[in-house]
Design a protein around this ligand. Structure first.
Ligand code: AHR
Length: 682
């Protein structure tokens, strides 16, 4: 179930506006296009073998080194309950103003929210725990079950911390990692004295040779009577690169394996917020985590902002990605907007400050602040995006808002590349961010859309969100096939499309019911508290991002079979539009790139049919191609086949030797398959 249906409907409108007639389909296919019948299943339109032609002496473009990157935001418990290492859910008790959700009383403790005992102005309430019925035989306290469990692993050190103050209570407190029923204690530690004033307490919890499990809870309890208040109760497992306040290791590793060139952050809708007051206000996300108030995310749950601006930047540093910084531009999801002019100026200044925080040296105001926050070295920043999906702004203010940001940023940082989120007239953006969420058929039908897009040499394209939305919670093989067809298009046109990022990246799959851990279907990577897996779409993307050259070679084709697709009728402003005519769509997709240093040609071929296709491959302009090369193949028996927590590697690419290659060869491509052929050409 999607949380934001209105936006999805409008996206469908947006995505169709660039549709173009397929330029590369062969004449027989174009003829078939004219004579399209109402065939539902894929149908061959020619009996001759399809021919793919690669022109090794015709370099069409350079492959953009930033073509494949990541886009994320707080959705589907991507950070809290996902990448961000914190294991305690609702650690600051602000997720619900009426009651301490996700917390339970242990023993006979009475627990309640208390706005009269704030830790500070950011964490302006606390959890009051009355232990007046505690005894030696019946300890009282609080328990938290984490984000659908707390992962316990053997011989592991966890760092627990909390703020507390007592009244008629001076300790001790026992801090423990236990099974959910309290029967097994995996690790525990004692805090001997609790002060009358707010103070931070820290302990380490070290497990022994215990089995791996997730149905566990974190408990703070006492056998003594009195009243104790808590704030920011935190538990961290080991993190990637051992960063304090850092990220979950397995998720960082699965991202690293994609070799992403950039990270677009912090959103998406998460940048905008439902209202201006709920936008991603970066100044509230830096510094000590106890000074971060947190905010309501547009995806229906609270964010503590533990994953703040510096954490995003350090995430980039850890995975050698460049940041693509999206700055709030005066528009929020419920159609609130700020008028260009003096009203907008504070937001423009916020963006300038933010850029200074990222890039300024320690003698600048915000560079000094970053140094105080623990990172004296400035980050390299090349791209700044002004807003998100501003085509939703019905007030028509984006042109003026973009111009105001553009002028101020370019005046101070002339070399920054500025990204517009929809078309503007008053300035020429360096890039425009386009978003495409589509079915498999639509992805395939649009798989040549950039071939004919005019190149004006001024504004290039960032496909900042795209996905073939087939399969839930994560895409299946049909999704991967649509994605691969689309990526052939991106790669072939990467002189124009210089950056792209699939979205959304993450989903916690623990509770797929409404109101559970997923707000958006078809997400690249799934996980629960313990393990993660990549969808077939994840592996398709990894195949593309880790196997390409630096030059795009010219290609052509003949006799590619087609299938007939009947596009669904769309709704516009609530009104159903006439159904578009049926379309012939290719069943094979391909592109070729070459490594200019060693001559290797990377030929990508996607067969979306339920039968193998034998294809003739002709390479002109190369004196020879060695008979032996490598094939990386991902295939499935059914388009519905998928990966899951239970079967994480059901569909994965297999690398195998490829024989019988040359400048002219035929090869069979399996049903429902994506192949990268590495050809050693001279
Ligand atoms: O990726 C999910 C959402 O889709 C993003 O938050 C938004 O930018 C788009 O509408």
């Amino acid at each position: 179930m999607d949380f934001w249906p209105l936006k999805i409907q409008c996206q469908a409108m947006h995505t169709s506006r660039f549709s173009r007639i397929n330029r590369l389909v062969s004449s027989s296919v174009l003829l078939a296009l004219v004579c399209a019948t109402a065939t539902l299943a894929p149908a061959e339109t020619t009996n001759s073998m399809p021919v793919l032609k690669i022109k090794a002496d015709e370099v069409k473009a350079k492959v953009s080194p930033t073509l494949y990157g990541l886009m994320t935001e707080e959705i589907n418990y991507s950070y809290e309950g996902g990448l961000y290492g914190e294991l305690i859910r609702n650690r600051t008790f602000k997720a619900n103003r009426a009651k301490p959700v996700f917390w339970n009383a242990v023993g006979d403790a009475a627990i309640s929210l208390d706005t009269n005992q704030p830790l500070n102005s950011a964490l302006n309430l606390s959890l009051k725990v009355d232990t007046s019925k505690a005894s030696k035989d019946s300890p009282a306290g609080i328990a938290n079950g984490g984000y659908w469990g707390i992962p316990v692993r053997p011989n592991t050190t966890y760092r627990a911390s909390f703020y507390a103050r007592g009244k008629g209570f001076s300790g001790p407190l026992t801090v423990a990692l236990e099974s959910a029923d309290g029967q097994k204690v995996f690790a525990s530690a004692t805090v001997r004295r609790i002060s009358k004033k707010w103070q931070k307490y820290e302990v380490t919890l070290i497990t022994g040779n215990v089995p791996v499990s997730k149905d566990n809870r974190f408990v703070i309890s006492t056998t003594k009577r009195g009243t104790v208040w808590f704030q920011q109760v935190s538990l961290f497992p080991p993190t990637f690169n051992n960063r304090p306040n850092g990220n979950r290791i397995d998720l960082m590793q699965i991202l690293g394996a994609m070799h992403p060139a950039f990270l677009r952050f912090p959103g998406g809708n998460y940048l905008e917020g439902n209202t201006i007051a709920e936008r991603f206000e970066w100044k509230d996300t830096i510094g000590d985590i106890s000074q971060r108030p947190g905010h309501e995310s547009p995806w229906g749950y609270w964010s503590t902002d533990g994953m703040g601006l510096l954490e995003f930047l350090e995430w980039c540093e850890d995975l050698h990605m460049q940041p693509v910084l999206a700055v709030y531009a005066g528009y929020s999801l419920r159609h609130e907007h700020v008028n260009p002019g003096p009203d907008l100026q504070p937001y423009v200044q916020d963006a300038l400050d933010e850029i200074e925080y990222v890039t300024g040296d320690i003698h600048t105001k915000w560079g000094a602040r970053r140094a105080r926050d623990g990172h004296p070295a400035p980050f390299v920043l090349n791209y700044v995006e002004i807003g998100n999906e501003d085509w939703f702004d019905r007030s028509g203010s984006y042109d003026g808002r973009f111009a105001q940001f553009y002028d101020a940023i370019k005046a101070k940082y002339p070399s920054l590349q500025l990204i517009a989120t929809t078309r503007v007239r008053s300035r020429v953006p360096d890039l425009i961010d386009e978003h495409y969420y589509r079915s498999e058929e639509e992805m395939e039908a649009q798989s040549h859309m950039y071939d004919t897009r005019p190149r004006d040499g001024k504004t290039r394209v960032f496909v900042g969100e795209w996905a073939t939305r087939v399969g839930s919670p994560t895409p299946n093989m049909a999704g991967a096939l649509g994605d691969a067809a689309w990526m052939c298009c991106l790669e072939r046109n990467s002189d124009l499309v210089v950056m792209s990022s699939y979205a959304p990246l993450f989903v916690n799959v623990s509770d797929l019911n409404r109101g559970g851990s997923m707000q958006w279907r078809s997400d690249l990577i799934g996980y629960d508290a313990l393990t993660c897996y990549g969808s077939p779409s994840y592996y398709a993307q990894q195949m593309f991002s880790t196997h390409h050259g630096d030059e795009v070679l010219a290609t052509d084709s003949q006799g590619i079979p087609t299938y007939t697709w009947h596009p669904p009728a769309r709704r516009r402003n609530g009104v159903e539009q006439p159904r578009p005519p049926a379309q012939e769509v290719p069943t094979l997709f391909f592109d070729a790139t070459r490594d200019s240093v060693n001559g290797t040609i990377y030929l990508k071929i996607v067969n979306r049919l339920n039968t193998p296709q034998t294809v003739k491959i002709e390479i002109s302009g190369a004196s020879a191609v060695e008979p032996e090369g490598t094939a990386i193949v991902m295939k499935a028996k059914s388009p519905d086949d998928t990966n899951s927590l239970q079967e994480p590697t059901k569909i994965v690419p297999i690398t195998e030797p490829a024989n019988g290659l040359g400048t002219n060869f035929t090869r069979e491509f399996p049903a429902y398959s994506i192949t990268v052929l590495e050809l050693k050409a001279k």
